[in-house]
Design a protein around this ligand. Sequence first.
Ligand SMILES: Nc1nc2c(ncn2[C@@H]2O[C@@H]3COP(=O)(O)O[C@H]4[C@@H](O)[C@H](n5cnc6c(=O)[nH]c(N)nc65)O[C@@H]4COP(=O)(O)O[C@H]3[C@H]2O)c(=O)[nH]1
Length: 824
Amino acid sequence: MLKKLVNSFAFRVFTPFLVFVSLVVIVLYLFTSYSISDSANHQIKENLNWLSRSVLYICDTNVDKLFQTGNATNEKLVRLEKVSTMVAIEDFVRANNVGVIVFDNNLQEVIVKTELPRATLATIETSLLTDASIAVIDKLTDYIVHSQLFQPWQWRIILLKPKAQALRTMEQPVYRYAFSIALITIVIITGLMFYFLSYKVRNPINRIIGAIKKGNQPSYRGVSEFEFLSDSIAGMMHSLTEKTHLLESTNQEIEKAKAQLSDAIESMSEGFVLFDEQDQLILCNQHFRNFYSLTLLPDQASFQDILRIMYREGVVSVDVPLETWIKSIMLTRDKVGRAHLIELNQDRFIEFREYATSDGGVVGIHTDITDRKMAEQRLQYLASYDLLTNLPNRVMFQHELKKNINRAERFEGIVALFFIDLDKFKDVNDTLGHMVGDELLKKVADILLNSIRGFDIAARLGGDEFAVISSGLRSEVEVENMAQRMNDLLNCTVDCQGHTIHIGASIGVTLFPYDGNDCDQLLKNADMAMYEAKNLGRNQYRMYNDEMNRRVQERNALEKDMRRALMADEFLVYYQPKIDLNTSHVVGMEALVRWQHSNRGLITPNKFIPIAEQSNLITDIGEWVLEEACRQCQEWSEVNELGKLQVAVNLSASQFKYGDITGTADRVLQKLTMEPGCLEVEITETMVMNDADAVSQALHHFARRGVSISIDDFGTGYSSLAYLWRFPVNKVKIDRSFIKDLLHNNEAQAIVRSVISLAHSLNLVVIAEGVETKKQLEFLQKLKCDQAQGYFFSPPLPAASFVEWVKEYQEKQAHKGLYRKIGR
Ligand SMILES: Nc1nc2c(ncn2[C@@H]2O[C@@H]3COP(=O)(O)O[C@H]4[C@@H](O)[C@H](n5cnc6c(=O)[nH]c(N)nc65)O[C@@H]4COP(=O)(O)O[C@H]3[C@H]2O)c(=O)[nH]1
């Protein structure tokens, strides 16, 4: 309660006021009191002085009386007069309420004295006895003293008035009352003001405070100042409330944004880290910690500190001193988002980019690119290596060849390039399947690796083609020795998935700088040399020479010339008749292409068809022949001079692979409205064996259309009729090599006999080609061969000559028939 009072506004305002006013009053009072007592003192002294003069007057009067009586010498009278004087003095001073003490002339005897306190009296006596009379006055501090000497009788008259008494009588009580009243008035006024203030000030303030405490806006009405205060506070509260709401909603938004930011940062798949302008850590997400296994991350750690922790914890291992490594990373750091790589242990890669923040700090985005890096490495490996054999592929091979050439150029060395192609690999693939083929390629790769020296490079260029680059060989002899060694090692028998396979390889060798200066040239040379080795019977090596190049150049020129010839209509079709051996009638003809070259004259197909087959030009030539042969056949059939004929057209493997032979045939037959049965397609048995799927589809298409199918060169391709039976074949053409040996070779006879009998059992027509003699013909007739063609009847003829020949032949046959009829 007291504390409350002391702390109150009114108390604090009025207490100093009250104290101040009281002090002023007291000072005034004291000052006034002093002035009053001083004047009272003075007045009393004056009074004593007057009294003293009166006493002297009394004495004088008595002395005068004495002198008037003339008895001034009469001791008795004098004494009497003295006594009466003394009595008069005594009465007088008592009447004036003043103490008196009168000493005789030598201060030995007190002549008069009024009642005085004993102590006072003693003081006076001892002072007067021992001291001068003046000193008495100083010693009687409680008194106002007046000392006077009465000369006639040498009396020392001392008048005394106690100060307290004198002042009491002299002071005017009105002052004291006034002061008291003033003080009381002040206290009362102060009290009233206190009350007023307490009530009139505190009350509204309390109401205002009460409203504020309750959270309401104060709405005091009464005293205008408090109204103003209340309104001001209300306005202030309103504005504060609004600001608080704004602040709250801003805070909420900030908190929400912070939470969202935190969620976003945590949900990032990247590591996020933020450093201030001093490069001290502000925050980072869990991914960042996880990337670098940062379980303990001190506050305000710098990027360098983090690198040190990573090093200490074994997250990275570097082969340079730690500080050098840190320095190298710090030097590459920038704030422009460039990518930097940190390689961690266990083949992990982190890429980081840093960006400047507006306050001079750094934001780091760290991405685990291990998978990407692995994929890149894998891609790089795939781009450079052959997956099956793990040997460098063609791309890597070319890169290495270039490197070796550059090195050899600098050191004036030689580089040997070996181009290796497996012999008859396709047969293995086709007959034993791709799995076995793959296994075989792996074994070949192993053999090659064993045949080369440590710094040589073996590569797989594709399919069954391999290459070896060898630097450091000093002479051609050394190169040939190496080629022979490879050839020997590759000429072996290997076991692949239970199959024993004999392999061999054809190897072409070329040398830098003698045969060529660049990769392409060397590769081309080695390829040519390899083909040479193949053409020469396989399983051998050949060193490149310029003659090979000349032949290739020739071949290229021929190919170019063929294209021109096709445009210039230089190709012709010759026809060779086919004879039915039962009726001796011409049943059809084989269409055989010729090239009527503008400069070189007539060129036979053996000279250009193989080259056309290599360049795929055969598809264009073959389509042209098909169309031309059909056109000619249809023309003859429409004229009807030669009877019903079937034209046979040779097809190449490329036409099945790359051309649209069935489409072309359909289109031609439709265009000419030719009977499909008048067309026969001749394919070799190796074509059927090598590309069984594509050929099979086309053959079934032809069969459905009614086009006849004949197997050419039968017997040379090691196929069996049983195998061919799966295809819709109509005719088998026995190769002329068997017919040639037919009369002298039992084996050839046996083969021809069995082919004829088996073909018949399969309802196939048998035709023998290359029949040159009558004996061959008769033998074939004996074996029940159905048809024949060959020089015995006619060589292939131009269309016009063919018509002449057929007419002539038919006439001959008609004559023969007639002779037989008439019995000649
Ligand atoms: N020694 C001998 N040979 C005979 C006899 N009878 C016919 N010949 C020759 O044997 C070849 C028969 O053609 P092929 O076996 O299909 O062999 C043909 C055929 O494979 C191919 N050929 C010809 N024209 C074409 C064609 O238009 N397209 C395709 N893809 N190849 C063709 O060229 C090869 C050679 O054709 P040509 O030089 O016309 O040679 C023809 C023909 O002149 C004979 O009694 N004795």
